[in-house]
Design a protein. Structure first.
Length: 303
């Protein structure tokens, strides 16, 4: 769940990143001057690739290294011939300050240097070229009496939904605002983006409430939707369907996902860009393995 500023939350809603995907808080003006401290030089001088990661944020990362971003980081380590170290911390507000910007005096370095799965336009970070594009998905049981008739997510508008139909969305996400703007406020089953329970993960919306019939559908970030929809089908036999949400001039659902480093850390950015190119096929295979829905590069939208 990646939240890089309150304004960015409202635009992107990567509480479902996770990105969102899930929470990062970076003030508009970064108080600390990133260049007053030693960045550590080129990666080979740092001795390791240090990755900031959430221990309970599947399919992105897990404490056992089972997330696709964990495995991507290992590919980077092989390309740069460096060991990979993870600094584990649940993603909550203040995540950047507690990871990328947290200086360890005794070791003369930051706690970690690389953040996987961030939006290309993340404030306070330098980001690579996106390594995939995805979108939010409308997720529901394939045999649902209303949604089974849908051919596209915008049928929510074209066909409407019964008053007692509940759709799970996260607060401050584009889905939440989109539903309210389109007269579906009473159909919202809300979930708190910055949940204080470190055991909470966005996939619970699908493998919990949706699978158990407590909600009729959910609008959730693509990688989470794909991974947990497949997981529910494998574990329970329930078939889960997904339809991509379509962006409009007031709601953007699709985004490019990049790797982030501290703003201005060019010594690390350059080899990461090379590692992304060298491992393009392997990364694509990982995304497919984890059932990440991928879309074309979104067009830039005027605000």
């Amino acid at each position: 769940m990646l939240l890089l500023s309150v304004n960015w939350i409202r635009r992107a809603g990567l509480a479902m990143l996770p990105a969102a995907t899930l929470l990062l808080a970076a003030p508009a003006a970064i108080a600390d001057d990133m260049f007053t401290r030693d960045h550590g030089g080129p990666p080979e001088e740092r001795g390791a690739l240090r990755i900031c990661a959430d221990p309970n944020n599947m399919p992105f990362s897990g404490a056992g290294g089972e997330g696709f971003e964990n495995r991507m980081a290992e590919l980077f380590g092989e390309s740069l011939d460096l060991p990979v170290e993870f600094f584990w911390l649940p993603q909550r507000f203040g995540y950047i300050r507690a990871t990328l910007r947290s200086w360890v005096d005794e070791e003369r370095r930051y706690r970690c240097d690389i953040m996987m799965g961030v939006p290309q336009e993340a404030s306070g970070l330098s980001t690579t070229t996106p390594y995939y594009y995805t979108t939010h998905m409308l997720v529901f049981k394939k045999d649902h009496p209303v949604f089974s008739e849908y051919e596209q997510a915008n049928d929510l508008l074209a066909k409407g939904i019964p008053a007692d139909t509940k759709i799970g969305v996260f607060d401050r996400s584009p889905a939440n605002e989109w539903m309210i703007r389109n007269g579906m406020r009473n159909n919202i089953k809300g979930y708190i983006m910055a949940d204080g329970d470190i055991g909470f993960y966005p996939g619970k919306v699908i493998e919990g409430d949706l699978a158990e019939g407590n909600i009729d559908a959910a609008i959730i970030w693509g990688p989470i939707a794909g991974y947990y929809a497949n997981k529910v089908t494998e574990e329970t036999g329930q078939e889960i369907a997904m339809l991509p949400m379509e962006s409009d001039v007031r709601a953007q659902f699709d985004f490019g996902v990049s790797v982030g480093v501290r703003a201005g850390d060019h010594e690390l950015m350059r080899p990461l860009q090379v590692a992304l190119r060298e491992n393009e096929d392997e990364i694509k295979a990982l995304l497919d393995e984890y059932h990440v829905p991928q879309v074309d590069r979104p067009e830039r939208r005027r605000r």
